[in-house]
Design a protein around this ligand. Sequence first.
Ligand SMILES: Nc1nc2c(c(=O)[nH]1)N[C@H]1C(S)=C(S)[C@@H](COP(=O)(O)OP(=O)(O)OC[C@H]3O[C@@H](n4cnc5c(=O)[nH]c(N)nc54)[C@H](O)[C@@H]3O)O[C@H]1N2
Ligand SMILES: Nc1nc2c(c(=O)[nH]1)N[C@H]1C(S)=C(S)[C@@H](COP(=O)(O)OP(=O)(O)OC[C@H]3O[C@@H](n4cnc5c(=O)[nH]c(N)nc54)[C@H](O)[C@@H]3O)O[C@H]1N2
Ligand code: SF4
Ligand SMILES: [Mo]
Length: 784
Amino acid sequence: MAFWHREAPVDDVDEGDLTLSDGMHSAAGPVAVGVAMKRGLEQMGVRRTAGTLLRLNQVEGFDCQGCAWPDPAPGHRHAAEFCENGAKAVTEEATKRRVTPEFFAAHPVAELAERTDYWLGQQGRITHPMVLREGASHYVPISWDDAAAMFAETMAGLGSPDEAIFYTSGRVSNEAAFAYQLMVRSLGTNNLPDCSNMCHESTSVGLAQAIGVGKGSVSLEDLYRADVIVVAGQNPGTNHPRMLSALEEAKKNGAKIIAINPLKETGLVKFRNPQTPRGMVGPGTEIADLHLPVRVNGDLALFQAIGALLVEWDALDHDFLARHTAGYEEYRDHLGSLDWDAVLRATGLSREQVTEAARMIAGSSATIYCWAMGVTQHRNAVATVREIANVAFLRGDIGKPGAGLCPVRGHSNVQGDRTMGIWEKMPGSFLDALDAATGITSPREHGLDTVDSIRAMAEGRAKVFLGMGGNFVSAAPDTAVTEEAFRGAQLTVHVSTKLNRSHVVHARQALILPTMGRSEKDLTGGVVQRVTVEDSMSAVHASHGPLEPASPHLRSEVDIVCLLATACLGEDHVVDWPRLRADYTEIRRLIAQVVPGAAAYAEKVDAPGGFVLPHGPRDTRTFPTEAGKATFAASPIDVLHVPEGRLLLQTLRSHDQFNTTIYGLDDRYRGIKGGRRVVMVHPDDAADLGLEVGGWVDLVSEWTDTETGEASERRAPWFRVVAYDQPRGCAAAYYPETNPLVPLGSTALESNCPTSKSVIVRLERVDAPTGVVGSDAGWVVPTA
Ligand SMILES: Nc1nc2c(c(=O)[nH]1)N[C@H]1C(S)=C(S)[C@@H](COP(=O)(O)OP(=O)(O)OC[C@H]3O[C@@H](n4cnc5c(=O)[nH]c(N)nc54)[C@H](O)[C@@H]3O)O[C@H]1N2
Ligand SMILES: Nc1nc2c(c(=O)[nH]1)N[C@H]1C(S)=C(S)[C@@H](COP(=O)(O)OP(=O)(O)OC[C@H]3O[C@@H](n4cnc5c(=O)[nH]c(N)nc54)[C@H](O)[C@@H]3O)O[C@H]1N2
Ligand code: SF4
Ligand SMILES: [Mo]
């Protein structure tokens, strides 16, 4: 079986203007400030740029739409408390460009489907609710009431509410998320997949098993006080840039940093803090004290080997082990049979490198373990998260100052959305509280996650898809399968700020419901509303947008949920939707009654800097696991077998995108500019495979379904080979261009997270696409 289309979207094949340079030797600094200002001025103008950026991440301002990195305590914030990529996220939303009904009249949807997400996103903010009726060639305007009625009618025609899918992307505010899950459960389904299913799901599952809470256990203060900080499978210079300021501060206080990453990411090497004079003019700070260029998917073996060395050296916190842990003996016995050959094969590291990392951890009084997608998007990701927790337990590195587990979340409110009940498997205790507070009867059967939702749509078991934000078609794995699933559905509805591929790859009928962004003033119900968000360190605070909405026709996410809920559930539904809409404080009162640890929520969120949700392991070393203790896991080391002549491909982010939103074509720190269809390969692998650096290849993924034994291939055409230093046998290319290669059935055990960071591929040489000129001209190949 083979899935592939030969055609790439018309503007997706780079026209030969790709340029390569050596990359940057330090992250941030004056160039970053310049880039941020230039993009802002181009799209927002002078006044708007100044008026928005200076309110970003301030106590009385709004929360950055970028990543989930926390803000420093009030009083410790800079006047410019944002990074280059935060500024780009704001610009993308506050742009003056508009997608109007005239735009849709000028572009048939079939033409828009030929465009990339980059082009679609650059067209600007959507101004009106739009509908694509069955058989129509163009989206046309529709009133809000008619759109809601159309949705309600379609829902009423379903055989069961479980035939509808309600997706959420992690930018949605707590108030909107709470109201949304309340509507979905009132309708009678738990089909609440979210972007987290493709992101930190392995973290949530692994940490729930290990410590009883699926969230990280550290604060910014802890980072400043840590002795050693491990950063595994994460590229903070690009994806969490202000984390570098925290790492710099930690280093000033004496911390040592271990970076575990197949790539030598610039932000992990050197950082120039634009908020300090030294960063603007000086040499910057060296960040990583030790860089372990681990092979892709080698982390489980690495952390297990580190654990074995700590046990061998008796570098253990015996008191913590005795009082607070379960399963230590079994784990220790399992380590007794550790196969070092397997470790070295899996990690691609030397025994000395592993030992040096273990020595640094053994000598540290408090260690923090940070990780992100390089850990979570593999088949063995849950086991890897547990292996990281094992090492932390050996040293008692949880629930003490300067130590802990620190999964670094992606979307700015992805953690908050989960706290609010956006999860297909919300525990019975939450649903009981929800029912008691609101009078609804929540369904108890678990719903579908992202991957299973695609299956359900593909098989006709689900017919309606509602996306509360996000860009499902581009973000999900196995693009051809996902697009087919969308096209077979009855209705796709998107609550969105900007145009994206999920609007133009559509069901028989489609709706676009345009919403305000976080930078905009929300006057729903005639009062100034605010919303709340939770960051990666469980801090919850309010956010107030300063700008006029992009169009007078926009509605807030809460408003849209209440409109749809009323249309579907009727005026006399047990939940007073108009009241929730009129003042979001009413939603916060419900949150206080339903969400654990959120008592007096409505009052506490307004304290400067907000408040921090409770976390047993962090606060009191209480571990609400089955055993009531921090629980070790003994996992086999599974080395992913890559056949001869194949490479292990990871799909990652460039410096100039936010997930499927492409800001530009400049992956500055990696020195790749002007194109995204590139595959980074070790120069010796390129030579061994007979590939020319700069030459064109198709990426072909090879996968055998472990359940059915069926082998299949997927193809992403026309990538150019770029020489890039990394462990032999590994490769890297950008997401979402590579999503067609990730098989739907290839997911992490237990968490069902797509294995976007371990795709076995072969590279097939192909001719340059026609129309491309001088593809080799002016190439500077970086020295590896
Ligand atoms: N500017 C910007 N900010 C973002 C985003 C964005 O797209 N743009 N996205 C947001 C979201 S939703 C998320 S989830 C986060 C993502 O943040 P990251 O997890 O930093 O994102 P990725 O680019 O996927 O990078 C993964 C890193 O893991 C490394 N890696 C890959 N495979 C392995 C492996 O097997 N082992 C190890 N140790 N490392 C590996 C890669 O080399 C890369 O440095 O960022 C958030 N912030
Ligand atoms: N191959 C591969 N696939 C991956 C990943 C990978 O590393 N590799 N990473 C995965 C990860 S970590 C994640 S989180 C997912 C991301 O998946 P998603 O969250 O679904 O994707 P985004 O690109 O973040 O969504 C962008 C869209 O959100 C809408 N939007 C922006 N702001 C707002 C707002 O304020 N409100 C509303 N309602 N809509 C808004 C805009 O229309 C925009 O086009 O992708 C996953 N897919
Ligand atoms: S680090 Fe993340 S939250 Fe902070 S300004 Fe940058 S993108 Fe925004
Ligand atoms: Mo994410």
